[in-house]
Ligand binder design. Structure first.
Ligand code: NAD
Length: 291
C-alpha cells in the first residue's frame, strides 16, 4: 500500500511554480496577481483564505485579500465582482464560499469573467471543461488528476466511482475523468445521496473518489483489494486532546480501508494541499492566457 502524499507533491509543484515566476521577473515581467474575496468571518473560510494567501506569497504570486462584512448585499457584491472583472492589474480572483444565506452563490460565481475564474466555477468554464475545450478546471479535480498522474496511476479504461455530485468536486471530477485525455478515458460512475447499491458499485471500482463530508462513509467492505482510494472529505470533529479543540476527518475509514488498497490519500495531507497548489497553477494559467 502506498500513501499518496499530497503534501510532498504539492511542495514539488510549488517549487516548479516558484521557478517559473522567478523566470518571469528575471525577464522584467510583473508577477501574477490573485484577488481573494471573503465575506463575513466564518472561521473555516478565514483559515482557507490565510492558507491560500500564504501559498501565493511562497511562490511569488501577489495575493490581495478583499474583505466585506456579512451585511453586504448581493447587488453590492455583484458590483465588486464587476470591478474585479474590469481591473487589469488582477489576473484572476476567487470568491471564498460559503457566502451568507442572503447571497446566492450561483449568481455571484456566474458573474465572474471566466478568464479570471481561477476556481473554474463559471458556467463558461464548466461548459468548456465538459466539451474538452481549453478552460480553467476547478482546483480540487485538477489537483486529484495531478496526484494520479504524478504517481503514474492509470485511468484509461478503468472504472472510477466518484461519490458526491457537488459543483466544486463531484461533477467536475467525473467530467474530467471521462474526457478523451491521457489522464481521462475512464468509465465513470457518479454516485450521490440517492444512489442505490453504493457498496456493490464501489466494489467494482478500480479507483474510488469520495467527496461527501461524512466521516467514515467509505468502509473496508466497500473496497476491492488493489483499489485506489482518494478521500476529499474534510470534517472538523471535536477533539479535546487537540490544541485547536478539533481534528480533521476524511470520508474514509482509513485504518481499515488502507490495508486493502494499492494507493490511498491520507486526511490531512492528501487532497487538501493539492487543491491549494492547483489554485496557484490556475492563477498562473490565467496570467499566461492574458499575456
Ligand atoms: P457537498 O457538501 O456540496 O455535497 C455532498 C455530496 O455528497 C452531495 O452531492 C450528496 O449527494 C452526496 N452524499 C451525501 N450523502 C451521501 C451518501 N450517504 N452516499 C453517497 N453520497 C452522499 O460536497 P462538497 O462541497 O464536494 O464537499 C464534500 C466534502 O469534501 C466536504 O467534507 C468538504 O469539506 C470537502 N472538500 C474538500 C476539499 C479539499 O480540498 N480536500 C475541497 C472541497 C471540498
Amino acid at each position: 500500500m502506498t500513501i499518496l502524499d499530497g503534501k510532498k507533491i504539492a511542495a514539488e509543484i510549488r517549487a516548479e511554480l516558484k521557478a517559473q515566476i522567478a523566470d518571469l521577473l528575471a525577464n522584467h515581467q510583473r508577477a501574477p496577481k490573485l484577488g481573494i474575496v471573503i465575506v463575513g468571518h466564518n472561521p473555516a473560510s478565514e483559515t482557507y483564505v490565510n492558507n491560500k494567501m500564504k501559498a501565493c506569497l511562497e511562490v511569488g504570486i501577489e495575493a490581495i485579500r478583499i474583505a466585506f462584512e456579512d451585511s453586504i448585499t448581493e447587488k453590492e457584491l455583484l458590483a465588486e465582482v464587476d470591478k474585479l472583472n474590469h481591473d487589469d492589474s488582477i489576473d484572476g480572483f476567487i470568491v471564498q464560499l460559503p457566502l451568507p444565506k442572503h447571497i446566492d452563490e450561483q449568481t455571484i460565481t456566474s458573474a465572474i469573467d471566466y478568464r479570471k475564474d481561477v476556481d473554474g466555477l463559471t458556467p463558461e468554464n464548466v461548459g468548456r471543461a465538459t466539451k474538452g475545450l481549453p478552460c480553467i478546471i476547478s482546483a480540487t479535480p485538477r489537483g486529484i488528476r495531478e496526484l494520479l498522474s504524478r504517481y503514474a496511476i492509470p485511468t484509461d479504461g478503468k472504472h472510477i466511482v466518484v461519490i458526491g455530485r457537488s459543483n466544486i468536486v463531484g461533477k467536475p471530477m467525473a467530467s474530467l475523468l471521462m474526457q478523451k485525455h491521457e489522464r481521462g478515458n475512464a468509465t465513470v460512475t457518479l454516485c450521490h445521496s440517492h444512489t442505490a447499491h453504493l457498496k456493490e458499485i464501489c466494489l467494482s471500482a478500480d479507483i474510488i473518489i469520495v467527496a461527501v463530508g461524512h466521516p467514515g462513509l467509505l468502509t473496508a467492505d466497500m473496497v476491492s483489494p488493489g483499489a485506489t482510494v482518494i478521500d476529499v472529505g474534510i470534517t472538523r470533529v471535536d477533539d479535546s486532546q487537540s490544541e485547536r479543540g478539533y481534528r480533521i476527518k476524511g470520508d474514509v475509514d482509513f485504518d481499515n480501508v488502507a490495508p486493502k488498497c494499492d494507493f490511498i490519500t491520507p486526511v490531512p495531507g492528501g487532497v487538501g494541499p493539492m487543491t491549494i497548489v492547483s489554485l496557484l497553477q490556475n492563477a498562473l494559467q490565467a496570467y499566461n492566457s492574458k499575456r
